[in-house]
Design a protein around this ligand. Structure first.
Ligand code: THU
Length: 136
């Protein structure tokens, strides 16, 4: 069983793969499925800037492309030059992607230091979310 600290370590490890030559901010994410699998992602920037994708979305889209639809939690770590100097919380677009696939009690772990993280639910970070239910 994957515990929260281990998931955070996977996010830190994934941060090492970040392609962030423009912002120099490296980000890693580790997404845990209900079945116990982990999918990681890193931010991937682009010279044209707007094609840049966040670590969280890379993790989600990799998992969905592998057939996964049910998720338990995600850990996110980031910082300038890959040095974690506090929280690097998921952006609004990534929160919206989480709301597409996850319930309000989906857990988001935001790594804040070498051995520390903050724990939120999706509903805390994205209250009153617009979800697939709204267009049924
Ligand atoms: N970034 C992420 O990977 N995840 C977030 O939730 C926030 C922002 C990336 C995008 C960009 O490559 C860099 O961090 C600086 O914004």
């Amino acid at each position: 069983m994957m515990n929260e600290k281990e998931l955070c370590s996977k996010a830190v490890e994934a941060m090492g793969k970040a392609y962030a030559p423009y912002s120099k901010h490296k980000v890693g994410a580790a997404l845990l499925t209900e079945s116990g699998k982990i999918f990681t992602g890193c931010n991937i920037e682009n010279a044209a800037y707007s094609p840049t994708v966040c670590a969280e979305r890379v993790a989600f889209f990799t998992a969905v492309a592998a057939g996964e639809r049910n998720f338990k939690s995600i850990a996110v770590a980031g910082g300038k030059d890959g040095i974690i100097g506090g929280a690097f919380p998921p952006c609004g677009v990534c929160r919206q992607v989480m709301a597409e696939f996850c319930s309000p009690d989906f857990i988001i772990l935001v790594v804040t230091g070498n051995n520390s993280f903050k724990k939120y639910t999706l509903s805390e970070l994205l209250p009153e979310a617009f979800t697939p239910k709204n267009i049924e």
